[in-house]
Design a protein around this ligand. Structure first.
Ligand SMILES: Nc1nc2c(ncn2[C@@H]2O[C@H](COP(=O)(O)OP(=O)(O)O)[C@@H](O)[C@H]2O)c(=O)[nH]1
Ligand SMILES: [Mg+2]
Length: 303
């Protein structure tokens, strides 16, 4: 399957929702009138593109129509695509070949941190890199077991301590091991429990300090993992994590899960953070570098 086909297949639910709505609207006349633009705005909001992004996009389209007189289906959809693309930033994650690269996976419980770490491990191994994972979610025994299971499945070494251990100590150990084994990529899986948000953020800050001290030469990416099915709450999570520990990239998971894929647009528009990864399923290979153009092509109807 080509890269675009994976996006398209993963985003089927959001795509079907958007396409059905838009096709219904502009089918008869082949042009967009005022009411249809209101309806288009509703479709964007319902696909979770966010109030700000949706309103802005429709206003831009109205202005475009005023200036060009072009309200054709093709003209409007082209301009919509362009406007939405302008609201999103993307960044491709790198693995350095001459120094350690560390991806610190953060996010609330259940968003897909562990799964995404495993997917990244699989991908990096396929590319010939030496990979290691660190079980810094020490809160639940099951979390450590889950990462170990992924380690076996992807044949990746996992550094783990006992349940309840200090996550920062796990990270310290993992960095030493990574150096000893000349690892290229160290993936750090963290906890996401929100029972006391303060504690979680303090714990992450402590991990970050250990990384800065023990691996000051490393390329470090702090990847916030967001579950697309949680809708607009993803924006709240992004703001909170970014404020506490400078996030450098976003992974949007479960884009295959429901018709709310538009949240990728909302989060990038609201936080200015770059989209790095798209989770499009539960298997190790269901991960893609986020591509704005493929995402929008997969979401919007073919012309
Ligand atoms: N459909 C789908 N499910 C996913 C995706 N990423 C993760 N999951 C599932 O979401 C659940 C929670 O994932 P997990 O990695 O344990 O989340 P964590 O608590 O953040 O570590 C698991 O059942 C995963 O299989 C994805 O991209 N698509
Ligand atoms: Mg986990």
């Amino acid at each position: 399957m080509s890269l675009f086909e994976t996006f398209r297949k993963g985003l089927t639910k959001t795509r079907d929702f958007m396409t059905a709505g838009i096709n219904r609207m502009a089918a008869g006349l082949g042009i967009f009138d005022d009411d249809m633009l209101d309806e288009l705005e509703m479709i964007l909001i319902q696909a979770d593109c966010g109030m700000t992004a949706s309103t802005e996009a429709i206003e831009a389209i109205r202005e475009h129509i005023r200036q060009t007189g072009d309200a054709s289906r093709q003209g409007v959809l082209d301009f919509l695509r362009l406007t939405l693309a302008g609201m999103m930033t993307e960044k491709q994650l790198k693995i350095e070949s001459d120094r350690l690269t560390i991806y610190l996976m953060v996010g609330v419980n259940g968003t897909g941190k562990t799964t995404t770490a495993a997917k990244l491990a699989q991908r990096a191994k396929n590319q010939g890199f030496r990979v290691m994972m660190a079980a810094a979610d020490t809160f639940r025994a099951a979390a450590i077991e889950q990462l170990k299971a992924w380690g076996e499945r992807t044949q990746t070494a996992v550094i783990a301590h006992a349940t309840g251990a200090d996550p920062a100590a796990v990270v310290f150990d993992a960095i030493q091991s990574a150096r000893a084994r000349q690892t290229d990529l160290l993936l750090i899986d963290t906890a996401g429990r929100l029972h006391t948000k303060r504690n979680l953020m303090d714990e992450l800050a402590k991990i970050r300090r250990v990384i800065d001290r023990e691996a000051s030469d490393a390329l470090v990416e702090t990847i916030l993992v967001l579950d697309a099915t949680t809708g607009q709450n993803a924006i709240v999570q992004a703001r909170a994590f970014h404020e506490a520990i400078e996030v450098t990239g976003l992974a949007i998971t479960k884009l295959d899960g429901n018709a709310k894929g538009g949240v990728a647009i909302a989060v990038s528009r609201e936080t200015g953070l770059p989209l790095c990864l798209a989770g499009l399923g539960e298997d190790a290979q269901d991960l893609q570098d986020f591509s704005r153009s493929m995402f929008l092509d997969a979401l919007l109807p073919d012309l």
